[in-house]
Design a binder for this molecule. Structure first.
Ligand SMILES: [Zn+2]
Length: 487
C-alpha cells in the first residue's frame, strides 16, 4: 500500500471539517484567540488543532502544558482561516439561552451548520435519546442524551415552532427560524411517533453556509465535456432540459446552479415552481406550491402568463405537467425539470410512457442528465491500494499495477474515511439519430446501444471510473451508487 501526498495530510481545510464540542471545551475562548489555535478533535488522548504556522514550537509547548495532552498540529489550508473559524466556533456574545433546552438546540444547530449537515435527528430509543446528524448524506451520532432531556428538547422546539405540544401521537410539521451568532437559520421541523416516543427531524433549509455552498456550474464536478454540453444547452433560448436521479443525488444543486448561471446574464426573467422552495435565490421568482392544497398544473399554467424566459419545475410527476412543460418550451421558453428514472435513456422512455407524443419529445427535448453523488476520500487518511478482483471485474480493469484510493478513517473525518461529495453524470444531447429512434419507437436497449457503444457517451459508471482514476472518489462509492443500473 502506498500513501499519497504525505505533505498534504498535515494540511486541514477548515471549511470541510467540523470541530468537536469536546475539543472546543478543552481550550477556553480567550486562549484560543490569544494563541491563534483552533482545537478540532480529541482522539486517542491527543488533541488535534489547526494553526496558521504549524512550526511554532513555542505555542505548541504552551498549548500542551495548558491542556495536558499531546498536541498534533495541522496547518490551515487557507491562510487567515484559523482566526475566522475561531470567531465562528467561539462567538463573542454568549446566548441568553445557555443551559436551557433552546440553548442546547442552538448549540446543536450551530455544530450541524459547521459540519455541513443537512438534517438533525432527535431519536428516542429504549434507554437513551440520540442526536444524529446527516453529513455528506450519511448519518452520524452527535451525542447521547437521557430520554427525559430529549423529551424536554423536543417540547421546546415544538413550542417555538408553533406545533401542538400536547399532541404526541400524530405527525406534525412546522418551521422555525433561529439566530445563531450572525446567521439566520431556517429549519423545517417534522415529528412522528415511534415505539419509544416522539421523534423529531430538523432539516436545515438555509444558512450562510448552504448559500455559500450553492455551487457554481463549474464546481459541480462535471468533466470538461459534460460542462460544455450543459452550458451550451443552457445558452439556447428554448427547449427542455431534464435531470433524473434518486433522492439525494444532487439534482436540486445542479438545477439551482443552472438558474444562478442563467441569472448572471441579467436579461432573463426566471420563474421557478417548487414544492417546497428549498433555498431562496436572489433575482429568481420562486413560487412555492404545496401540491396537496394547490393544483400544481393550474399554478404552472398561470405562471406562463407572467412572461418568463426560463421556467424551472421542481418535478414532472404526471402526464399533465409533462404536457405543459413540453408545450411551453415550444412557445419560446427554456424549461428545466426533474423526472424519476434510473438513467438518461429511462428519462426518454418515461416521457413517452406518460403519453407525450414522440413528435413533441423530439421538438422540445434538448438534454437529458442522469446524476448521482459520491463521497470524496478524506485527504488526511486516504490510502492507495491495488483494486480487488471484484472491482477489476466491475470496472473492467486488468492492470495489476494500478492503484485506487481507499477510504480509511481518522479523527478528522469522524472515522468515515470521507469528506465532501462530487457528482457523477451521464449526459445525452438529443441529436438527429436519437430523434429518428424516438420517432421509430425503438426500444430502450437500442437507444442505449447507440448512445453508449456507437457514440461512446460516458455512462454513470464510466464517469465514476474516470473519477476514481483521478483519485476523486473510491471504487466502493461508485459501486454503491451505480450498481443498480448497468447498461
Ligand atoms: Zn480521515
Amino acid at each position: 500500500m502506498t500513501e499519497i501526498n504525505f505533505s498534504e495530510k498535515k494540511v486541514i481545510d477548515l471549511s470541510r471539517i467540523a470541530a468537536s464540542r469536546e475539543a472546543l471545551q478543552i481550550l477556553p475562548a480567550a486562549m484560543a484567540r490569544r494563541l491563534g489555535v483552533l482545537p478540532v478533535m480529541i482522539a486517542d488522548e491527543k488533541l488535534y488543532v489547526a494553526m496558521e504556522d504549524d512550526e511554532d514550537y513555542l505555542i505548541l509547548s504552551q498549548l500542551e502544558n495548558l491542556v495536558g495532552l499531546p498536541v498534533i498540529v495541522f496547518r490551515a489550508k487557507e491562510s487567515g482561516s484559523v482566526a475566522e473559524f475561531i470567531r465562528k466556533y467561539y462567538p463573542e456574545q454568549v446566548s441568553e439561552q445557555e443551559g436551557t433546552p433552546l440553548g442546547l438546540l442552538e448549540e446543536i444547530v450551530f455544530r450541524a451548520m459547521l459540519s455541513r449537515s443537512s438534517d438533525i435527528h432527535f431519536d428516542p430509543e429504549r434507554e437513551n435519546g440520540y442526536i444524529r446528524l446527516r453529513i455528506d448524506g450519511m448519518m452520524q451520532v452527535d451525542q447521547k442524551l437521557p430520554l427525559a432531556n430529549m423529551r424536554e428538547l423536543i417540547s421546546a422546539v415544538k413550542v417555538t415552532s408553533g406545533l401542538n405540544i400536547a399532541e404526541r401521537r400524530v405527525p406534525q410539521d412546522g418551521q422555525l427560524t433561529l439566530w445563531i451568532g450572525d446567521n439566520e437559520v431556517s429549519l423545517r421541523i417534522a415529528t412522528v411517533p415511534t415505539l419509544y416516543g416522539e421523534k423529531m427531524t430538523l432539516r436545515i433549509l438555509t444558512t450562510e453556509r448552504t448559500l455559500a455552498e450553492l455551487a457554481e456550474v463549474d464546481m459541480l464536478g462535471m468533466n470538461e465535456e459534460h460542462l460544455k454540453m450543459f452550458l451550451d444547452t443552457l445558452s439556447s433560448a428554448h427547449g427542455v432540459i431534464l435531470l433524473s436521479g434518486p433522492t439525494g443525488s444532487g439534482k436540486t444543486t445542479t438545477l439551482y446552479a443552472a438558474l444562478r448561471h442563467l441569472k448572471h446574464s441579467g436579461t432573463l426573467h426566471i420563474l421557478s415552481i417548487e414544492d417546497p422552495v428549498e433555498i431562496p435565490l436572489d433575482g429568481i421568482n420562486q413560487i412555492r406550491i404545496d401540491s396537496e392544497r394547490v393544483d400544481f398544473n393550474r399554478a404552472l399554467r398561470s405562471t406562463l402568463r407572467h412572461d418568463p424566459d426560463v421556467i424551472m419545475i421542481g418535478e414532472i410527476r404526471d402526464a399533465e405537467t409533462a404536457d405543459i412543460a413540453i408545450k411551453s418550451s415550444l412557445t419560446g421558453h427554456l424549461v428545466l425539470s426533474t423526472l424519476h428514472a434510473n438513467d438518461s435513456v429511462g428519462v426518454i422512455a418515461r416521457l413517452l410512457n406518460l403519453g407525450v407524443s414522440p413528435e413533441l419529445v423530439n421538438s422540445a427535448l434538448r438534454l437529458v442528465i442522469a446524476q448521482r453523488l459520491v463521497r470524496c476520500p478524506c485527504p488526511h487518511c486516504v490510502q492507495m491500494e491495488t483494486p480487488s478482483t471484484v472491482d477489476c471485474e466491475f470496472f473492467g480493469w486488468n492492470n495489476e499495477e494500478m492503484l485506487v484510493p481507499k477510504a480509511v478513517g481518522c479523527p478528522l473525518c469522524n472515522q468515515t474515511g470521507y469528506v465532501g461529495r462530487l457528482g457523477l453524470y451521464e449526459m445525452v444531447a438529443v441529436d438527429r439519430t436519437v430523434r429518428d429512434m424516438i420517432r421509430n419507437k425503438d426500444n430502450e436497449d437500442a437507444l442505449a446501444h447507440y448512445l453508449f457503444h456507437e457514440k461512446n457517451l460516458l455512462t454513470l459508471k464510466e464517469d465514476g471510473n474516470q473519477k476514481i482514476q483521478k483519485r476523486l472518489t473510491t471504487p466502493a462509492e461508485v459501486r454503491r451508487v451505480v450498481y443498480m443500473n448497468e447498461r
